[in-house]
Design a binder for this molecule. Structure first.
Ligand code: ZN
Length: 114
């Protein structure tokens, strides 16, 4: 185990990671593993209870942001694939499965002959 992390160190790391994404003005910092209460500045309706440790290891604890970031990632993947070439999407997803049966069929029918 490393040295205990002070409130100052935690805030420093949190700001480096999240900038001003989360509001730390209400926290009562006891230890790295004692839950604190923070707010997401984008979704301040809900107070987030999370340990400083978890806060730094995850997307911060805001489930709305977590969901949004997952959706963004999915959308980015879809857009990237679609941008390359829409028709490549199907072929790229399963190139072998798409080709193998055809190849087998061809070689079979050629071996049997008409
Ligand atoms: Zn949020």
């Amino acid at each position: 185990m490393g040295s205990p992390i002070s409130k100052e160190t935690f805030l420093e790391r949190a700001q480096a990671r999240f900038a001003d994404h989360y509001d730390y003005s209400q926290i009562i910092y006891k230890s790295y593993k004692t839950p604190i209460h923070i707010r997401c500045t984008l979704h301040p309706v809900k107070v987030i209870a999370i340990t400083p440790e978890k806060h730094l290891q995850t997307t911060g604890g805001c489930k709305y942001c977590l969901r949004a970031s997952r959706i963004r990632m999915l959308e980015r993947e879809l857009q990237r694939d679609a941008l390359i070439h829409p028709s490549l999407l199907e072929a790229a997803s399963s190139p072998r499965q798409a080709e193998d049966p055809l190849v087998r069929e061809f070689s079979l029918s050629e071996a049997k002959g008409p």
